[in-house]
Design a protein around this ligand. Structure first.
Ligand SMILES: [Zn+2]
Length: 104
């Protein structure tokens, strides 16, 4: 006795196989993208975006910034600018903040 799948069953299994191939392709694309991102990060980590030189770390007040020894470009990590400005403008002083809003 042989078993012959119905047309609907064949359709179902074909669709399942296609979905699995698509899922596998997406996984591979994601892995490739992640690997490319990791490779780019390793290649460019702490290098000047303008001239490609290795950045040096310097202290600007309480904040450690990355400075290019070649073009003197300066790189700030997230929230470092706000920290520098807050320290410079005396954010703790509401009167100075008020004058700044007025443009004085
Ligand atoms: Zn530079």
């Amino acid at each position: 006795m042989s078993f012959k799948p119905s047309e609907n069953e064949e359709k179902f299994f074909t669709e399942m196989a296609l979905r699995e191939r698509l899922r596998q392709r997406k996984v591979e694309e994601h892995q490739q993208t992640a690997a490319e991102k990791r490779q780019l990060k390793e290649l460019h980590w702490l290098h000047c975006p303008k001239c490609g030189q290795q950045l040096a770390q310097e202290h600007y007040g309480r904040v450690e910034v990355d400075v290019c020894p070649e073009c003197r470009g300066l790189w700030l990590d997230a929230h470092e600018l706000e920290t520098i400005l807050a320290a410079k403008e005396g954010k703790a002083n509401p009167f100075q903040a008020f004058l700044k809003v007025l443009g004085a």
